[in-house]
Design a protein. Sequence first.
Length: 189
Amino acid sequence: MKLIVGLGNIGDEYNNTRHNIGFMCLDEYAKENKFVFRNKFNALMYKGIFFNEQVIFIKPTTYMNLSGEAVKKFMDFYTIQLKDLLIIQDDLDLPFGEIRLKKNSSSGGQNGIKSIINHLNSQDFIRLKVGITNEYKRDVKIFVLSKFSKIEQKKLPEIYQCSNQIITEFIKGSEFNILTNQLAQIKNK
């Protein structure tokens, strides 16, 4: 069983903000695969079979800084191993639209990841990081909670296409090194 988590904040005021790119990527995957999220364990979730694998998708409703609470509940209830966990998050330190995969790394100051690491007592899980760069050097809190510019919005479909492919490969059981190779191939297209 796999658990795929998109990070973000619940509520209309946070829709389409930079900090919600994890939610947005999962919403796009849901739209492409025609499924709908429902409430369970402080999260919006969907559970289904994809490529002969049982998969749970969640968007924690605990707000970003407490994401670990929801992730831990799902990990424990469904007895999910760390190797079967994929987190999709925003990253201020990456240029906008840049996508990277990380495993067994620190939170990098991202509070949702910090919460997950604290609740799981481990950082040994895969993260799909989507760059939202603060090139304007505005206050971090204001910047991450602001909407994407019109220019950035035009690039979002490209980001979704890439994240959809990585999610699919993760579900199919690709190991971290294969996922990183897959991501490099996607970028070179």
